[in-house]
Design a protein around this ligand. Structure first.
Ligand SMILES: Cc1ncc(COP(=O)(O)O)c(C=O)c1O
Length: 393
């Protein structure tokens, strides 16, 4: 009889179960919303990246339906063959204007935007200097590029500078950071990294996945927040989080975008967004530009919730954004906290190694603009009760 060549997978999964780190997929019964039903339980949802609540915004829904009726459900091709519709071009024009850059290109996701961009801009003879906590899509893109990868300790600008200073003059180098770090919620050291990039002529790139729609004027991101327009060569963002739909984009000089059209492999080899997605993203930009109340509520809720967790005595790290980690340390304990919160009506996902370093396991919370104060207070009460039960506070 044939032996199962995949048997080792069961061994690895059983090991995760033994360590208490095996997570089932939670299933939403309905919409992605601040208060929703997950696994048939009504919960306050603190685990989505739906910062502004746009996943269910009436304007976005209406535009998606309109595009569906007008243009159909799919594009049937990659962008470079027959999959570029006028609505994709319109979205890119709007993104470039929004980010105040010459041009922009949309990818299928933030992941493919990062991986496709880093892997096509750099090659075997080049160097990538990257913050140790940069997103997995940057790491994968760097590996695919075959460039030499040099990692600096988190937000340690002096270490980044020393790495670059030791390289030969005229070495092509990419200096790259997340704008907001997804697991800790702190900001990249952008202004100081831009100074280093300027000094040594490095390409400066930022991944603003968690900053788009959250930081800067009308959600233009960290480059706008820090007043760094014109100093970041490559800005990546996502359309999948605060903008409520799906996709990633790169904004920058026209020659960068022109090059990516010809070299970025996800752009060349994977089918483009359905027109309804592009229409939804255009509607999201309209909402960002005309409805400031969502960002205002997001930040009011962020301040309220962080203050509540801090008053309860939790370790909430160094976050400066709506992402607030409740750091527990031990992986199994973080999962127990998450499970008990779920039983108490609060969904806050437990996150352990390898997504965060060993000993830094946590429950990660993200509030949104559409949580009510009552919902957030309910969640704080649950955190207080369960945290005390587990001896965390
Ligand atoms: C920092 C960061 N970059 C990129 C991505 C990928 O974005 P997307 O979900 O649009 O693929 C994520 C999302 O998980 C992220 O947290």
């Amino acid at each position: 009889m044939r032996q199962n060549p995949l048997a080792y997978l069961d061994d690895e999964l059983n090991e995760l179960r033994r360590q208490g780190l095996y997570r089932p997929l939670r299933v939403l019964d309905g919409e992605q919303a601040a208060h929703t039903s997950i696994d048939h339980r009504h919960v306050v949802n603190l685990s989505s990246n739906n910062y502004l609540g746009l996943t269910t915004h009436p304007t976005l829904r209406a535009r998606a339906l309109e595009a569906l009726k007008t243009f159909g459900v799919g594009t049937g091709s990659v962008r470079t063959i027959a999959g570029t519709m006028a609505i994709h071009v319109e979205l890119e024009r709007r993104l470039a204007a929004f980010k105040q850059t010459e041009s922009a290109v949309v990818f299928q996701s933030g992941f493919t935007a990062n991986a496709g961009t880093v892997s096509s801009l750099l090659g075997r003879d080049d160097v990538i200097v990257s913050d140790e906590l940069n997103h997995a899509s940057i790491i994968d893109g760097a590996r695919l590029s075959r460039a030499t990868i040099k990692v600096f300790p988190h937000r340690d600008v002096e270490a980044a500078r020393q790495i670059i200073a030791a390289l030969p003059r005229h070495q092509r180098t990419l200096l790259i950071t997340d704008g907001v770090f997804s697991m800790d919620g702190d900001l990249g050291a952008l202004p100081a990294l831009c100074d280093v990039a300027d000094e040594y002529g490095a390409i400066m790139m930022v991944d603003d996945a968690h900053a788009s729609g959250v930081f800067g004027r009308a959600g233009r991101g960290t480059v706008d927040h820090f007043g760094l327009h014109g100093r970041v060569d490559v800005q990546v963002g996502t359309l999948s989080k605060a903008l409520g739909a799906l996709g990633g984009y790169v904004a920058g000089p026209a020659s960068l975008i022109d090059f990516l059209h010809r070299r970025a492999r996800p752009f060349l080899f994977s089918t483009s967004h359905p027109p309804s997605v592009a229409a939804t993203c255009i509607a999201a930009i309209d909402v960002l530009e005309t409805e400031p109340q969502w960002m205002e509520r997001l930040w009011d809720n962020t301040r309220f919730f962080k203050a509540g967790l801090e008053a309860l005595g939790f370790n909430i790290g160094i976050s400066e954004s709506p992402i607030t980690p409740v750091i527990v340390g031990d992986g199994a304990r973080a999962m127990t906290l998450s499970d008990k919160l779920f039983e108490a009506g609060v969904f806050a996902q437990g996150i352990g190694f390898p997504t965060v370093p060993q000993g830094r396991a946590r429950v990660r919370t993200i509030v949104t603009a559409t949580h009510t104060e009552d919902e957030l207070q309910f969640a704080l009460d649950a955190f207080g009760k369960v945290g005390a039960e587990l001896g965390l506070i």
